[in-house]
Write a protein that binds this ligand. Structure first.
Ligand code: PGA
Length: 261
């Protein structure tokens, strides 16, 4: 019998041993009002009643929905994530949100350095690094996104780009409270998923760069109910960051309830 060592390494073997957590996160981006968010939660809760224990389920909702969702999710296994965090605790930073504002309402995760922030809102590796530090200072787990463009992939620069992002983004970052998402930019929102074997290979490269080999590393980019099972069989992949397919309760629940044969 072939034992799948990958799976073994992803589950708790001894209580005192470090483990790679499985983190299944939905990134709603700029979708859903408060009413729509609560409607989602209402349906979603019943769909994940039997989800295997040990799978962390996270909803990264717009700031406007987080507070009301937090009250509604009290006592549930669903964790809440924000989509950005500023590095200062307060001040004249119009449009930004601080760590204190997030912890006050029970936020556990925050997406940092998403390619949409890097591409459209001038996020740099330096500001990503500051936001990661701020999240950790407040006890929030950052989900750091890295990934290459189509052009960078086509010119063979994928590894170089990602290694460089990690080098810059992770300066003085505590790797014991960190999730990384490998998100090839050409696969985001395009329906053009990166082959799971290739995603696994790049995630292996990412892991090699880390001091802490037990950091959970997700794949993100057109994850859907019909490809989640295959993605999660890969040895290096510890979860997923899901955009479009996290907007429907049944679809994200199928992802949370992935099956490995
Ligand atoms: P997608 O988005 O699942 O819609 O491709 C993923 C992401 O941007 O995190």
């Amino acid at each position: 019998m072939v034992v799948n060592l990958s799976l073994q390494s992803k589950v708790e073997i001894k209580s005192n041993q470090a483990v790679r957590k499985i983190v299944l996160a939905g990134n709603w981006k700029m979708h859903k009002t408060q009413v729509e968010s609560l409607e989602f939660v209402q349906k979603f809760k019943s769909e994940i009643e039997n989800t295997e224990e040990g799978r962390e389920i996270v909803l990264c909702a717009p700031f406007t929905s987080l507070s009301v969702m937090s009250k509604n999710l009290h006592g549930s296994r669903i964790q809440l994530g924000a989509q950005n965090i500023h590095w200062e605790d307060k001040g004249a930073y119009t449009g930004e949100i601080s760590g204190d504002m997030l912890t006050e309402i029970g936020i556990s995760y925050v997406v940092v350095g998403h390619s949409e922030r890097r591409q459209y809102f001038g996020e740099t590796d330096q500001t990503v690094n500051l936001r990661l530090k701020s999240a950790q200072k407040h006890g929030i787990t950052p989900i750091l996104c890295v990934g290459e463009t189509k052009e960078q992939r086509d010119t063979g620069a994928t590894e170089k780009i990602i290694i460089n992002q990690l080098k810059e983004d992770l300066i003085d970052i505590d790797q014991s409270n960190l999730v990384i998402a490998y998100e090839p930019i050409w696969a985001i929102g395009t329906g053009d998923t990166c082959e799971s074997i290739e995603a696994n290979r790049v995630i292996g490269v990412i892991r090699q760069q880390l001091k802490n080999k037990n950091v959970s590393i997700q794949y993100g980019g057109s994850v859907k109910p019909n490809n989640i099972d295959e993605i999660m069989t890969q040895s290096e992949i510890d979860g997923v960051l899901v955009g479009g397919a996290s907007l429907e309760p049944a679809s994200f629940a199928r992802i949370a309830n992935y099956k490995i044969s």
